[in-house]
Structure formats: C-alpha cells, structure tokens
Design a protein. Sequence first.
Length: 118
Amino acid sequence: MAKDPFEIPSEMRAFAEQSVAQARKAFDTYIAAAQQAVSSAEGHVSSARSGAKGVGDLAMRFAEKNIAASFEYAQKLVRAKDVEEVMKLQADYVKAQMQTLADQAKELGQSAAKAAGN
C-alpha cells in the first residue's frame, strides 16, 4: 500500500494543532493585556478625544476578528488531507479576508469621519 506523499504523520499533525492552540492562547493573553492598557489610557483621554476612542475600539475589534480568522485558517490547514484541499482553503481564505478588509476599511472610514465631525 503506497503512502500519499502529502500525508502528514499524526504526531506532526497533533504537534501543529497544539502549536496553533498555544499561539491562540498567547494571542488571547496579549489582547487582554492590550485591552487593559487601552482602558487605562482612556481614563486619561480628554472628552475632546472621545471620538478617537470609538475608532480605536473599532480597530481593536477588527484586529481581533482578523487574527481569529487567521487562527481558524491555520487550524484548517493543519487538518488538510491533500494539496488540493490546501489550495482551496487558501483561495477561500484570501477571498474572505479581502472582502472583510474592504468592509472594515469602509466602516473605519465612516467612523473616523463621524468622529472628526464631533
């Protein structure tokens, strides 16, 4: 019985999944610390900058969403069965991220314009 040349040994796949999970946990810790730092800094921001807070919060939510999508993509790649699946995952991810980034840029622009109008 010939082995598929793309087949990843189960030990390597488990190690990769564990690495992705550890990276996600480290990122979640980083985001929590960043949110705490932002909250702390917000206490020192004057009321004239309240619009900037909204834009900053929105950008932070977008960053979290984009990183979460990247981790989800990485986990799917680790579980891919063959090159064709990897290629499809890549194409789907790029397409989804391009649309997401376009939507986020539009929303950030609108939010910044609204904040500037205050």
